[in-house]
Design a protein around this ligand. Structure first.
Ligand code: GLN
Length: 448
């Protein structure tokens, strides 16, 4: 713990932490030592970890990287962080993120951008929204960190920082106490240094929780045991629709290389088709803002968080929300409100929901001929800070390979696979069947 605190103090330039909790970490480490002496060792005993600042932590400020939460200090703990505490975690602090987890570069935080520890002459983004988590793990500021993934926010930052990130099946991790973005898509998961570490962390985070009505009442298998198993005979699907226009050659090459590694390890490579893939990004950018606009209605300046007094009630709402929400969050609220409004609902929201079902059906059909899918995680390596922040569509295109798993509720992992021409990490993604994280961990091991 002390070594990690020293590393954190030396790396403030990365801006990975919003609220460091070093005193708490020291107290937790001391309590952990006591438990260890009495032979009572939890799954995460004494492990110095980071917590994305989207998870409510009792007594520790939780911001979602937005001014609108003010100095909100939750009176309760998210189920995921409670599970990890019960397993002996040491929490080093709350990690920076895109505001309300909306973004792909960690540049929408009201606390400023997070810097990727990987550089090629300029400051690069760590990906987003879990950029603080990815940057902190990649820079060895913590052994692992929690993250959340609504459209790729665990996997894309993992790809940009040379770390491993898994989004489990929707419902595996309780959403209780996680600040909501798009409730039908949001899932928690870890960012870690190795596939095995990711399995250990996810094992602690996951599990049924009666406090989340979408939590799955399913036993959590021994995921660590699945790591390092042979992929001999595993059917690995390669979806042709993931070859997109303008895909950089190095991403195509990396994908081809990944296919070869799988083949060499004894897997069977199968061509598959997911015909509705091209609609995934547009569907996501209707469904996610729609749910966000509804979830964010609670920030009204009355109940908790920021309040900017106005002339009357409506004026107070307006001032509070104008001052409290950042540009990207306001953009999402406007899109979401628009697609849900009478007259447009059928044309946008309802249509998007129908296509979402088609996308899920595509995967179901694919599982008839393969066990997992192999794709790139992101269409590029990390890019320079500031390069895309003023072009939302360019930013949204980052999520083209990741949103499909969220729309279908499937587990997906990103594994660092290679370095690009300028020495930056690139990830490959494995998508698996619902509840089949075990096979995802096994397949991921073959790419590591
Ligand atoms: N980049 C996507 C978005 O901005 C996904 C974010 C996420 O997964 N939280 O919506």
């Amino acid at each position: 713990t002390e070594a990690h605190i020293t590393a954190c103090e030396a790396a403030t330039g990365l801006n990975a932490f919003i609220t460091p909790t070093f005193d708490l970490a020291r107290a937790q480490a001391a309590a952990s030592d006591m438990r260890r002496k009495s032979g009572d060792v939890g799954r995460l005993e004494g492990a110095p970890l980071g917590m994305k600042d989207l998870f409510c932590t009792e007594g520790v400020k939780t911001t979602a990287a937005s001014k609108i939460l003010g100095d909100f200090t939750p009176p309760y703990e998210s189920t995921v962080s409670a599970n990890m505490k019960a397993d002996g975690m040491v929490m080093l602090g709350k990690l920076n993120l895109d505001q309300f987890a909306m973004g792909s570069a960690n540049e929408t935080s009201c606390f400023g951008p997070v810097i990727n520890p990987w550089r090629n002459g300029e400051d690069l983004v760590p990906g987003g929204s879990s950029g603080g988590s990815a940057s902190a793990v990649a820079a060895d500021l913590c052994l692992g960190a929690t993250a959340t993934d609504t459209g790729g926010s665990i996997r894309q930052p993992a790809s940009f920082t040379g770390t491993v990130g898994i989004k489990p099946t929707y419902g595996r991790c309780s959403r209780y106490g996680i600040v909501a973005f798009a409730s039908s898509l949001d899932q928690a998961g870890p960012i870690a240094k190795t596939v095995e570490d990711a399995a250990i962390l996810l094992q602690s985070m996951a599990g049924y929780d009666a406090k989340d009505s979408t939590s799955l009442n399913e036993t959590v298998p021994d995921w660590r045991a699945a790591c390092g198993q042979s992929v001999k005979g595993l059917r690995v699907g390669v979806p042709k629709e993931y070859t997109i226009d303008g895909m950089p050659k190095e991403i195509e090459d990396l994908w081809a290389e990944g296919i070869e590694w799988m083949r060499d390890a004894g897997a069977e490579i199968v061509d598959v088709s997911l015909p509705h893939t091209k609609y995934a990004l547009p569907v996501y950018y209707v469904v996610a803002p729609a749910e966000a606009s509804s979830n964010l209605a609670r920030y009204d300046g009355m109940r908790y968080g920021l309040r900017v007094d106005g002339e009357n009630l409506a004026d107070t709402y307006e001032r509070t929300r104008t001052e409290g929400f950042g540009d990207e969050v306001r953009r999402r609220i406007m899109i979401g409100t628009y697609v849900l409004s009478a007259g447009y609902y059928d044309a946008y929201y309802l249509r998007a929901q129908k296509v979402r079902t088609k996308i899920a059906d595509d995967f179901r059909n694919a599982w008839e001929t393969c066990d997992v899918l192999l794709t790139p995680t992101a269409p590029s390596a990390a890019f320079a800070v500031g390069r895309k922040i003023n072009d939302p569509v360019q930013m949204y295109l980052n999520d083209v390979f990741t949103v499909t798993a969220n729309l279908a509720g499937l587990p997906g992992i990103s594994v660092p696979a290679a370095l690009d021409g300028s020495g930056l990490p690139l990830g490959l993604q494995i998508i698996g069947k619902a509840l089949d994280e075990s096979t995802v961990f096994t397949a991921a091991g073959a790419l590591e």
